[in-house]
Write a protein that binds this ligand. Structure first.
Ligand code: NAD
Ligand code: UDP
Length: 314
């Protein structure tokens, strides 16, 4: 029998890749999105495919899907720092009320529920790399607190539905992921540097650029998410590429791959910007047999090529 999945935030960057992958696996996919930070164009190539349905809906208002559902994947949330800083209350609502509605749908349908959580639950980490057992170092009243605490609440709510209602749940903690369909203006480091490099504008490196991130190509991330969906593990499960690099090195790498002569300029570091970030993925290797396969340089080349082909967005 055909399996049916609901993806909230399915018209966003990660959600659109996930919808495509689930369709390829033979799922029927219901994509729910209010296009707050995503775009209908991200799924325009899926609309004609049998089994795909796009519904405009704000998951903080309601989540209603007629018919049977086997999986609910909750990805709706602003995700880039500039998005959630501009939408602080909505970010808290979608992480709390939106998650409550998505969990309610999964409970009603007897579906497996997968929460897209984040490495931001570790805040500015004092343990490095970060294993799932680390409780994190989050400033609840700082500007990033709206996102970090929304996701921490969403994790707690997911666990409460598991223990109280016996819901089949999964939590993945996603580390920095990049690739085609990221919004060029979303303010995250990779789309920003690619856009700037292609336009010959200065690359804006925050602070002295010595802060680190570990970056994962989207195809690898989607593979990890689907393996988690098909497992019966509750998580939390780190998913990310342990390839760690400084932001300054990342900026210069992108500039070189884009064949750009943009200069690098140093701009003020955002408040509470984490100093380091690297996933410990021992659990994902052991339970899911998963680790990233796409070399970061290949992923960056593919991303730059996509941005070049979509110059209208840039
Ligand atoms: P994105 O902004 O491209 O996608 C989020 C989608 O959710 C958008 O399409 C947006 O319109 C939609 N949305 C927001 N509020 C909604 C609402 N109330 N109702 C319905 N739809 C709503 O961001 P992304 O990078 O694709 O992130 C997707 C998910 O993955 C988020 O939950 C994010 O926290 C998580 N995540 C992403 C990363 C990453 O590196 N990309 C890292 C960690 C976690
Ligand atoms: N960053 C930067 N220049 C930019 C955008 C981001 O130097 O134009 C830095 C940012 O301060 C952070 C890192 O790049 O140290 C990663 O930022 P991003 O927004 O991509 O992700 P997050 O901070 O959520 O990991």
């Amino acid at each position: 029998m055909t399996r049916r999945a609901v993806v909230t935030g399915g018209a966003g960057f990660l959600g659109s890749h996930l919808c495509e992958r689930l369709l390829d696996e033979g799922y029927e996919v219901v994509c729910l999105d209010n296009f707050l930070t995503g775009r209908p164009d991200n799924v325009a190539h899926l609309v004609e495919r049998p089994g795909f349905r796009l519904i405009r809906c704000d998951v903080t208002d309601y989540v209603h899907v007629p018919g049977a559902v086997d999986a609910v994947l909750h990805f709706a949330s602003p995700a880039s720092p500039i998005d959630y800083l501009q939408l602080p209350i909505h970010t808290l609502k979608v992480g709390s009320i939106g998650t409550l509605h998505a969990l309610g749908l999964a409970r009603d349908k007897g579906a497996r529920f997968l929460l897209a959580s984040t490495s931001e639950v570790y805040g500015d980490p004092l343990v490095h790399p970060q294993p799932e057992t680390y409780w994190g170092n989050v400033n609840p009243v700082g500007p990033r607190g709206v996102y970090d605490e929304a996701k921490r609440f969403a994790e707690a709510l997911t666990m409460a539905y598991r223990s109280t209602h016996g819901l089949n749940t999964a939590i993945v903690r996603i580390f920095n992921t990049f690739g085609p369909r990221q919004r060029p203006s979303d303010g995250r480091a990779i789309p920003t540097f690619v856009r700037q490099a292609l336009k010959g504008e200065p690359l804006t490196v925050a602070g002295d650029g010595s802060q680190t991130r570990s970056i994962c190509y989207v195809d690898d991330m989607v593979e990890g998410i689907v393996r988690m969906l098909h497992s019966d593990h509750p998580g939390p499960m780190n998913l990310g590429n342990p390839h760690e690099l400084s932001i300054l090195d990342l900026a210069m790498w992108i500039r070189d791959l884009a064949g750009s002569s943009s200069e690098v300029v140093f701009v003020p570091r955002p408040e509470d910007d984490p100093g380091v970030r690297q996933p410990d993925i021992a659990l994902a290797r052991q339970v899911l047999g998963w680790e990233p396969k796409v070399p970061v340089e290949d992923g960056l080349r593919r991303t730059i090529a996509w941005f070049r082909d979509h110059a209208d967005l840039v």
